[in-house]
Write a protein that binds this ligand. Structure first.
Ligand code: TXA
Ligand code: MG
Length: 342
């Protein structure tokens, strides 16, 4: 099969101007984007993804000025965090400006804003004339895409007939979604762990005397304020997924996952298992997680996916990885070292 051609920036701009959706590369995962001033495009995002209307979209910007323009309040803390972490995997939830459509924020009074760190996305955003709202470019509840081909696999018809254009910017560098934080006067509430770690946020606050007293709210306290879209079952492959924080597959008794994949009874054929060992380096693990999951999901010889996450290391980027693993797993063996996000 010939390699599908990537859309050009010019084609993408025209498509967006006419209320179309374009899949864009970012450093975290690919997004399915529409202009924030095109209600048709915004509605199309929800339709393609079969995304419930209660789950708000992130607004992507190329400049600080654009970020300020979509918010009603832009506190000094937001400015400082943006200067430190943008462009990059940090989404800040702030009071929204009236011009941001309710369909984008699911009727909330706040908007999530981020400046992605990807040259193709930034070029498109600079030229688009309006910020772009974009969730991850996967069907709701499924594994996020980290390559252009993943997006085509996710929406085969819409991408083949160019209802959705795909801008190919290579594999996403980070591999898991952005950190989502809501900003209050003296508090940062961690709504979703991601590419910017809690430690990085804490170190930054400590380095700035004016923000020394800012508290980072995590764990059960932040869970009460969870993001509407950060539901329990998410990022799921089509095949059953077992995640082990305890032992690799070779050291386990397979009866622990009887009934998953096949093999309800001992005399039935056992499922063929595909294993992904995430290794010990969290940067590599995050980068490999979604594409590894997709490869095993697409492999017809495999009926069950097994991910081994060695329990030795924790915190840092592992927090985001463990969060995704917990939500994607059909069965968990053992526990992530830091289940409460901190
Ligand atoms: O890395 C990312 O963030 C990627 C790339 C494409 O930028 N986007 C992404 O979007 O992961 P999505 O829609 O899959 O996840 C966005 C999360 C959802 O859990 C949503 O509930 C939350 O951000 N969110 C967006 N706006 C919010 C708001 N106003 N208040 C609370 N949570 C919000
Ligand atoms: Mg998503």
């Amino acid at each position: 099969m010939p390699t599908p051609r990537t859309a050009s920036i010019a084609e993408s701009l025209t498509h967006l101007e006419h209320g179309g959706c374009v899949a864009i590369p970012t450093e975290t995962v690919y997004g399915l984007a529409a202009r924030i001033d095109q209600p048709e495009g915004i509605a199309a995002i929800f339709r393609w993804k079969a995304r419930p209307m209660f789950d708000p979209l992130i607004v992507h910007v190329a400049t600080m000025e654009d970020a300020r323009a979509v918010t009603r309040e832009w506190p000094a803390l937001a400015e400082a965090l943006a200067k430190e972490f943008w462009p990059g995997p940090l989404t800040m939830v702030l009071p929204k400006h009236a011009k941001v459509l309710d369909a984008i924020t699911s009727g909330l009074d706040t908007v999530g804003v981020r400046m992605p760190n990807h040259p193709v996305a930034l070029e498109l955003l600079r030229k688009a004339g309006a910020p772009l709202a974009a969730p991850s470019a996967n069907r709701f509840g499924r594994t996020s895409p980290t390559t252009a081909q993943h997006v085509r696999d996710e929406f085969p018809e819409a991408t083949a007939n160019k209802k959705i254009l795909v801008l190919d910017g290579g594999a996403s560098d980070v591999g898991v979604e952005s950190t989502v934080v809501s900003i209050q006067k003296n508090e940062i509430t961690l709504l979703r762990p991601g590419g910017v770690t809690k430690d990085a946020l804490a170190t930054f606050l400590k380095s700035k005397p004016e923000f020394n007293s800012v508290r980072i709210v995590t764990g059960t306290e932040s869970e009460k304020k969870q993001s509407p879209g950060h539901v329990l079952h998410h990022y799921q492959p089509n095949k059953p997924l077992v995640v082990s924080w305890r032992k690799p597959l070779r050291d386990l008794d397979r009866s622990e996952f009887l009934g998953l994949g096949a093999g309800e009874h001992a005399d039935q054929p056992q499922p063929t298992i595909g294993e992904l060992d995430l290794g010990l380096d969290p940067t590599q693990a995050a980068r490999r997680l979604y594409s590894g999951l997709r490869d095993l999901d697409q492999n017809e010889a495999i009926q069950l996916i097994f991910i081994y996450r060695a329990p030795s290391a924790h915190a840092g980027l592992w927090t985001a990885i463990d969060d995704r693993l917990r939500r994607a797993a059909h069965r968990q063996l053992g526990q992530a070292p830091n289940p409460a996000q901190d």
